[in-house]
Design a protein around this ligand. Structure first.
Ligand code: SF4
Length: 283
């Protein structure tokens, strides 16, 4: 049985918010009987793009994370719903019944992803339904996928066994696996949002002028173990990424055959720019 999955590539999301707008256009003021009541004009973000800034100048980046109902296979919202108000379709899509769910405000707290929104006027919990009404009418993908200009969103209708292979081939990860809900939304390059980096700049002084040094080798150690190497680029910058926040003490050694080596000690809390490091000549 083929089922729907959504793949979100954090590295490709540039915060255009076209996904959010496509949802607003599809659902605001539009009733889809049996699937979804109309979304209110204000306050709901059924697809919500979150933002995370990392680092300090000059090594700074920003990651954008589209979030939505994860269409979990072990969905706590389904367990919490009274009167079978939430159901799992055979194709994996979770639907909050727009009639049976009336008055069930407790469902908002049942979703660990915060993906259920309360419609005050209709007294109704609501979420993004994967555009199930369009897929049932023959669409090949939901509107958020169709409208993303950078290809950050991809929907796939495949067997679960094929999805497992795709997850391992592409290094896909769950958002908050600790919730244990087996989501059908999978993330690529999630480290850009959840992990942190150590960066720095390597320079040398020539006749009193500071020059960026390309090709120095930065080597990262923790607890006496070598974790990796990163050459400095044309701006003299090195970066070790995908490190766990608040993961303790690290040492960065900077090596170059023509210069004395140098060590930097870092107590890592969050992404950090360690500054400008000047190497001195061995001559
Ligand atoms: S993300 Fe929340 S609303 Fe969606 S299926 Fe999972 S528990 Fe239910």
């Amino acid at each position: 049985m083929k089922k729907w999955n959504l793949i979100v590539d954090v590295a490709r999301c540039h915060n255009s918010n076209n996904c959010f707008l496509s949802v607003a256009d599809e659902y605001q003021g539009n009733e889809h009987p049996g699937y979804s009541a109309a979304m209110p004009p204000h306050g709901h973000r059924w697809i919500d793009v979150k933002k995370k800034e990392r680092g300090q100048a000059p090594i700074v980046d920003v990651a954008y994370l589209p979030t939505m109902c994860m269409h979990c296979d072990d969905a706590p919202c389904i367990a919490a719903a009274e009167n079978n108000a939430i159901r799992k379709r055979q194709d994996g899509i979770v639907i909050i019944d727009p009639e049976k769910a009336v008055g069930q405000k407790h469902l908002i707290d049942a979703c660990p992803y915060g993906a259920i929104w309360w419609n005050d006027e209709k007294q109704l919990p609501q979420h993004w339904i994967f555009d199930a009404h369009l897929l049932d009418a023959g669409w090949k993908e939901p509107r958020c996928v169709q409208s993303c200009p950078t290809g950050a969103l991809r929907s796939v209708l495949i067997e679960d066994s094929e999805m497992e292979l795709l997850k391992s081939d592409e290094g896909l990860a769950e958002l908050h696996p600790e919730h244990g809900t087996r989501p059908r939304v999978h993330y690529k390059n999630l480290y850009l949002y959840q992990k942190c980096f150590i960066g720095g700049t390597v320079v040398v002084t020539n006749n009193g002028v500071e020059d960026c040094l390309e090709g120095a080798m930065a080597v990262l150690h923790q607890g006496g173990e070598k974790l990796g190497e990163a050459p400095s680029d044309e701006f003299g910058e090195f970066k070790f990424d995908a490190l766990e926040p608040s993961s303790g003490a690290y040492r960065v050694e900077i090596l170059h055959p023509e210069y004395e080596s140098l060590s930097i000690d870092v107590e890592l809390e969050d992404s950090i720019y360690t500054g400008v490091h000047t190497l001195t000549s061995k001559k």
